[in-house]
Design a binder for this molecule. Structure first.
Ligand SMILES: [Zn+2]
Ligand SMILES: [Zn+2]
Length: 335
């Protein structure tokens, strides 16, 4: 691909400009972020470090491992975007539409150690983290005031993290946010028109094309989407159709941990620990079975910045053709 090309993401109907002449080579995007090797394993000031827990009056909601030697902890976010207590109240008056700011905001502390990059976690540690995600998801899904759960991770300053200690977050909202609603509606439309899940369709075609696949195992596939918004934008899809993350089985969790560890290691070693976000996209909570929606993980390496054109058009410019992103990541040498 030499000339610019517009590509459409079937999941969002969003257009992206693949613009290779704006880039030089993959290593131009490499950017050092947050080198953890120079940080201490334990920091006396860090609230997430093992040894600094405030067990008295602790609001801990989940712990994996025993009290002293815990592996993963989940605690309420100290500065939540939404408050847990309250009634879901919806009000419309003229142009004003509002709802009480209720919801859940939790922090998943991914490791007892301050300086360990998630790319270097053991597979077992990632299994614990995914099990914590699942447990919290299933429990919070029982709260009838809430409509959506978003689990995400910000790694590195450019990805918006404020604390270095490895952690991810869960936010449950009383409405279905635009990003999910829009995807869900598109998936329904696609299903109405074709009788197929758009995600299953993408998966089948990506597997047969092969050029954007990074890696796969029994239950999961990682690949760079055809209309990737930015360099090294990665999707991880479960191979078997399922609309919600909350029904993931233990053998699927093991495979997901393995593929996630592999992808994070490819980013870490191939691009020298770039900042990234990952998001688990799952169906709205009132939809427990759906033939049209398919849960997945989106990983966005923060190696390019969006600016006025993106804000003005909603259209991203990706200087690295998705096939080249995939090839680069496929070829990263791991031990
Ligand atoms: Zn810490
Ligand atoms: Zn599907």
């Amino acid at each position: 691909l030499k000339k610019p090309e517009l590509r459409q993401n079937l999941v969002t109907r969003q257009w992206v400009i693949i613009s290779p002449q704006r880039a030089n080579r993959p290593h131009d995007f490499e950017k050092k972020e947050n080198k953890k090797e120079t940080l201490p394993r334990y920091s006396p000031k860090c609230p997430f470090c093992r040894g600094n827990e405030k067990w008295e009056g602790s609001a801990e909601v989940l712990r994996i491992g025993d009290k002293k030697n815990w592996r993963v902890r989940v605690i309420p976010n100290k500065y939540p975007v939404l408050l847990k207590e309250g009634v879901r109240e919806w009000q419309v008056s003229g142009i004003k539409r509002k709802m009480t700011g209720i919801g859940i905001h939790e922090v998943i502390i991914e490791s007892p150690w301050h300086n360990l990059s998630p790319a270097l976690f053991s597979q077992q540690q990632i299994i614990y983290i995914l099990q914590a995600y699942k447990k919290r998801f299933r429990e919070i899904a029982q709260d009838k005031r809430l409509e959506q759960i978003i689990i995400f991770k910000n790694h590195g300053e450019a990805a918006g993290t404020s604390l270095i200690h490895p952690h991810s977050q869960l936010v449950a909202t009383p409405i279905v946010p635009y990003q999910i609603r829009f995807r869900y509606e598109e998936a329904e439309r696609y299903f109405d028109n074709t009788g197929r899940c758009v995600f299953c369709q993408i998966l089948a075609e990506e597997l047969s094309a092969g050029e954007r696949i990074i890696t796969q195992n029994k239950h999961f596939v990682s690949f760079v989407p055809y209309a990737a918004l930015s360099p090294y934008h990665i999707w991880i899809f479960p191979k078997v159709h399922a609309c919600s993350f909350q029904n993931i089985t233990l053998s699927e969790i093991k495979d997901l941990a393995s593929i996630l560890k592999d992808i994070l290691a490819r980013l870490y070693f191939g691009l020298d620990n770039p900042a990234y976000n990952y998001i688990i996209r799952s169906s709205p909570l009132d939809i427990s079975q759906s033939d049209c929606f398919h849960w997945y993980i989106s990983i966005v390496a923060r190696v390019t910045k969006s600016a006025g054109f993106e804000l003005g058009s909603g259209m991203f410019v990706n200087p690295l053709p998705p096939e080249e992103s995939a090839k680069f990541l496929r070829n990263v040498k791991l031990d």
